[in-house]
Write a protein that binds this ligand. Structure first.
Ligand SMILES: NC(=O)c1ccc[n+]([C@@H]2O[C@H](COP(=O)([O-])OP(=O)(O)OC[C@H]3O[C@@H](n4cnc5c(N)ncnc54)[C@H](O)[C@@H]3O)[C@@H](O)[C@H]2O)c1
Ligand SMILES: [Zn+2]
Length: 369
């Protein structure tokens, strides 16, 4: 088992990673002096797969487990689900010393995290993320929340868990496309902060994505958590430093919005968005163009299922101006100076943005491996 410390003063906590640690959840949390009264919340599919393992481990360690099933899917990351979960928890006669365990992907972790942050003004939360994206991204950093009819993640809070428990073995039941989605964020961490890690990922992407080498997958996950946690520790409430995590997301989000959420998996959109950001880094920034070409070629080996050649550049530009991260009407790009080092640019012209979108439409990603 590996332990990664997230330094956030009195809100510091650990992420524990290791194959099959799901069976040890009860033993692990016993060390944290939390209440024996637990609400275990999971989604439909994850319940069938992993609820029994977690529940058994908790019961064996003396916990009283109340199980709650939450509907899955982005469409259920909303007020209705939050209200449903509040009602279920209030039925349990819980108090502030009880704890909530979120067992599932990012949708579940964000929603349950928001419930934990707000019910009784906050009760202890333990995250057990089960998708690659939630293991390396959404469960780290404390952002919790739900969608509003007017946009994604518009209602939420910063709320740090007591501990995060990551078992890469659960990724065996996850489809390849979902794994690619998480891998998009993993490769992002490499490109923005660590050249050696980037090279490792580009050399071994097949073994990692196809779960042929679990040591590599473990390393990819734990190094990602280290990188994200270092950034988050330096900028808990997303003031400036945390902006680098947005690498590839300016265009990636625009793809998701204009194509409709779900058509591109998040990580797929981010991989395409990173290609655009790398191209811009060479064209209008300070990144070496040979290096940029090499990196873009390598990224096209990662399978992206939907085609990019019909993207609508005008709609995408409009979407970028409506993004909640736009400040003073300026679209900000995280660009590369070199692999592992970034700069922020907010003076990329609309013409240059349109040009780079037209350029990504010509890219040829593989669709399977
Ligand atoms: N809080 C943050 O900082 C942050 C960061 C990135 C993304 N997010 C959010 O994360 C969400 C996306 O999360 P996601 O990609 O994990 O999707 P998801 O939670 O919808 O999970 C995808 C599907 O996989 C199923 N699943 C989960 N674990 C499984 C497993 N081990 N085996 C088989 N099936 C499994 C789920 O039930 C679901 O149907 C979005 O709502 C996004 O806004 C939040
Ligand atoms: Zn992302």
């Amino acid at each position: 088992m590996q332990k990664i410390q997230i330094d956030l003063h009195e809100r510091s906590y650990c992420v524990l990673t290791g194959n099959n640690i799901l069976q040890e959840v009860g033993k692990i949390i016993s060390k944290y002096k939390v209440s024996k009264n637990v609400a275990l919340i999971s989604s439909e599919h994850v319940t069938k797969l992993y609820k029994n393992i977690v529940q058994k481990s908790l019961t064996e360690n003396g916990y009283k487990v109340h199980f709650i099933k939450m509907p899955s899917g982005e469409k259920n990351k909303n007020f209705e689900t939050v209200r449903y979960l509040y009602d279920k928890i209030l039925d349990l006669n819980f108090d502030r010393s009880s704890i909530i365990i979120a067992l599932g992907g990012g949708v579940l972790g964000d929603t349950v995290g928001f419930v934990a942050a707000t019910i009784f003004r906050g009760i202890e939360l333990i995250q057990i993320p089960t998708t690659l994206l939630s293991q390396v991204d959404s469960s780290i950093g404390g952002k919790v929340g739900i969608n509003h009819e007017r946009g994604k993640n518009l209602v939420g809070a910063f709320y740090q868990p007591k501990v995060v428990i990551v078992d890469p073995n659960v990724l065996r039941t996850l489809g390849l496309r979902e794994r690619v989605s998480g891998f998009g964020e993993i490769i992002k961490y490499g490109i923005i902060k660590d050249k050696i890690f980037t090279n490792f990922l580009l050399e071994n992407y097949k073994d990692i994505l196809l779960l042929k080498n679990m040591d590599y997958m473990n390393y990819a996950i734990s190094r990602s958590i280290e990188i994200k946690s270092a950034i988050v520790s330096a900028d808990e409430k997303e003031n400036s430093l945390r902006m680098v995590l947005n690498f590839g997301h300016t265009i990636g989000h625009a793809i998701e919005v204009t194509e409709g959420y779900g058509k591109f998996a998040h990580g797929e959109a981010v991989i395409v968005g990173m290609c655009a950001a790398i191209k811009l880094s060479a064209d209008v920034g300070n990144f070496d163009s040979n290096e940029a070409d090499k990196l873009i070629n390598n990224l096209q080996k990662i399978p992206i299922v939907p085609s990019v050649n019909h993207l609508d550049e005008d709609k995408m530009l409009e979407a970028m101006y409506h993004d909640k991260k736009v400040k003073n009407g300026k679209i900000r790009f995280v660009l590369l100076k070199k692999i592992g080092e970034t700069e922020i640019k907010d003076d990329v012209s609309d013409k240059q943005i349109i040009e780079v979108i037209n350029w990504i439409k010509e890219l040829k990603f593989v669709t399977s491996i």
